[in-house]
Design a binder for this molecule. Structure first.
Ligand SMILES: *[C@@H]1O[C@H](CO)[C@@H](O)[C@H](O)[C@H]1NC(C)=O
Ligand SMILES: *[C@@H]1O[C@H](CO)[C@@H](O)[C@H](O)[C@H]1NC(C)=O
Ligand SMILES: *[C@@H]1O[C@H](CO)[C@@H](O)[C@H](O)[C@H]1NC(C)=O
Ligand SMILES: *[C@@H]1O[C@H](CO)[C@@H](O)[C@H](O)[C@H]1NC(C)=O
Ligand SMILES: *[C@@H]1O[C@H](CO)[C@@H](O)[C@H](O)[C@H]1NC(C)=O
Ligand SMILES: *[C@@H]1O[C@H](CO)[C@@H](O)[C@H](O)[C@H]1NC(C)=O
Ligand SMILES: *[C@@H]1O[C@H](CO)[C@@H](O)[C@H](O)[C@H]1NC(C)=O
Ligand SMILES: *[C@@H]1O[C@H](CO)[C@@H](O)[C@H](O)[C@H]1NC(C)=O
Ligand SMILES: *[C@@H]1O[C@H](CO)[C@@H](O)[C@H](O)[C@H]1NC(C)=O
Length: 450
């Protein structure tokens, strides 16, 4: 047997919770083991890594939770689909920095590999809840994310913590997104998911069983176009970063001792942001999405727009009429609206009608040219017959950049005093003329929210 292997064996016999690691309790070094029943604490004692059984399950999962609150609150799970059947689970950091979780008989339950060669690997749990693999020699001591060879923040489960990134790492190809647990007893991925779409003009999209369910509207430089509540918050600040390496959304909490988390709740299909109340010793939800009826994805169908201050909630855009009048009048708006007059392009002239305070449509078929002004954006949209709308992609200052939609416009929403401008393509004959509001022709329905 080679002497290295002997060392490895001896190393793994040392119980982690016994001190003797130079006082550092927030790291596991190469060939040390974390067994079921032992925990790794973050240095400030905010988070703990260890084994747990969720709800009524008897399976054991490796996960991270808050260490100093009485309500067990799991923020991350290593292998959501595969519990260890008994208390034989153990996590080892091997010589090359591989993380290997095994159960009885050395069966590998979960493993993760470093992104490169790590000299002297150590696994450290940070006070923001990120479990990171770095080199013991890393002078930043875990404070520089550029030095991580693996991190749990790259593999989110159902919880979006401050400083986590939602979006793309273009260097590694990792796309970070969220999915709910299957049930309170089962952390395996449920059917409620949350991710970013359209790397040029990103917006968050929630799906329920694969079907689009709620979206935030695209990031417009200041906020998500359909998240008016986002601008008025004293507790947080938000960051959206887009460069050749990364495209992501992140939030930060001003008060570092405040515990804040956002989760995907499988029982009510809500994205919930909550804070821990030290006084009442419970999580208090202060933001839930979807927020209201008009937040339901595609409620009003193509070319329809939803307004909470109107009855019915759905209206066709100007110059459009319901695709099916029967359905529309019985409050099934999903088929949306069609043009009263076809577009002229390429034979005759088209123009644009301006709408204000709008949650911009689904960006699936939207493309952006950040170098164009609004005027040039109009020209560029006009010469392409399939371009149906345009607007500034960034509303900071006087506005800049060009976002163009191709094909049907879906999931528009009218706000009384939020959202932004959008210019929608119309045949020239329909512009400037008195357009009849469909809501004046069709009966009002006093439908209440179910
Ligand atoms: C980790 O924190 C918990 C709770 O604060 C404490 O009971 C435990 O002794 C700590 N473990 C270590 C290894 O410091
Ligand atoms: C360490 O673990 C990784 C991940 O499982 C594995 O690919 C690698 O071969 C292991 N290295 C050693 C020296 O055992
Ligand atoms: C988690 O467990 C599943 C089921 O056994 C397995 O297929 C998968 O490879 C494991 N994931 C990782 C990252 O090890
Ligand atoms: C926030 O975003 C800006 C640019 O988008 C970036 O320069 C800055 O470093 C970010 N701050 C943090 C804390 O990520
Ligand atoms: C920060 O949060 C903690 C915990 O919620 C609270 O006790 C404290 O008063 C807050 N500090 C400030 C300056 O708001
Ligand atoms: C999910 O929502 C239900 C019903 O509103 C609530 O009882 C439960 O505590 C929530 N779950 C989590 C993990 O917050
Ligand atoms: C995007 O375009 C494709 C192809 O034309 C179409 O099938 C799809 O419905 C469009 N999606 C949206 C959200 O507009
Ligand atoms: C119009 O734009 C679409 C989407 O960018 C593109 O696929 C198509 O080729 C363009 N058509 C013309 C005539 O330029
Ligand atoms: C509409 O309102 C009237 C008066 O409040 C009520 O009698 C009627 O049942 C309502 N209709 C529907 C479809 O809710």
């Amino acid at each position: 047997m080679d002497p290295f292997a002997v060392l490895l064996l001896c190393g793994s016999l040392v119980l982690f919770s016994v001190s003797g690691f130079g006082g550092a309790v927030d790291v596991i070094s190469a060939s040390q083991t974390l067994r079921d029943g032992e925990t790794l604490n973050s240095s400030g004692g905010v988070f703990q890594l260890g084994f747990f059984s969720p709800g009524r399950s008897t399976g054991r999962y490796l996960g991270i939770w808050y260490s100093n609150i009485p309500v067990q609150t799991i923020v991350w799970v290593a292998n959501r689909s595969k519990p260890v059947a008994d208390s034989s689970g153990s996590l080892i950091v091997n010589r090359t920095g591989g993380l290997v979780l095994t159960s009885r008989g050395n069966v590998v339950v979960w493993s993760a590999s470093p992104t490169g060669f790590v000299q002297n690997p150590v696994l450290q749990l940070l006070d923001n809840g990120n479990l990171v693999l770095r080199s013991a020699a890393d002078a930043s001591g875990g404070s520089s994310s550029g030095n991580f060879f693996w991190q749990s923040f790259d593999y989110p489960t159902d919880t979006f913590l401050p400083e986590m990134k939602l979006g793309w790492d273009l260097r590694t190809g990792i796309k970070r997104s969220f999915s709910s647990w299957s049930s309170p007893d089962d952390p395996s991925p449920g059917d409620f998911t949350w991710s970013l779409q359209n790397i040029e003009f990103p917006e968050t999209m929630a799906r329920k069983g694969g079907t689009k369910y709620f979206r935030s509207g695209p990031w417009n430089g200041l906020r998500f176009s359909g998240a008016p509540q986002q601008s008025l918050n004293p507790i947080f600040w938000y960051n959206f970063t887009s460069n050749e390496d990364e495209v992501y959304y992140m939030y930060h909490v001003n008060n570092k001792s405040m515990l804040v988390r956002s989760t995907l709740n499988h029982s009510n299909y809500m994205w919930e942001r909550s804070t821990w109340s030290p006084d009442s010793q419970e999580w208090r939800v202060f933001l839930q999405l979807p927020k209201d009826y008009c937040d339901n994805y595609g409620l009003c169908g193509p070319y329809g727009k939803c307004s909470m201050t109107n009855l019915p909630y759905c209206q066709c855009l100007k110059g459009f009429s319901p695709t099916s009048l029967d359905k529309w009048n019985s409050n099934d708006w999903s088929q949306g609206c069609v043009r009263n007059k076809p577009l002229g392009c390429p034979k005759s002239k088209d123009g644009f009608l301006k709408y204000s305070n709008i949650k911009l449509p689904d960006t699936t078929n939207c493309s952006v040219d950040a170098t164009l002004s609004l005027k040039d954006c109009e020209k560029k949209c006009l010469i392409n017959c399939s371009c149906t709308a345009y607007t500034n992609s960034d509303i900071r200052g006087k506005g800049s950049g060009c976002a163009m939609w191709f094909g049907e416009l879906l999931d528009l929403r009218q706000y009384p005093d939020a959202g932004q401008d959008i210019y929608i393509r119309m045949p020239a004959s329909e512009i400037g003329k008195e357009l009849i509001q469909p809501s004046l022709i069709f009966p009002q329905w006093n439908r209440t929210i179910a």
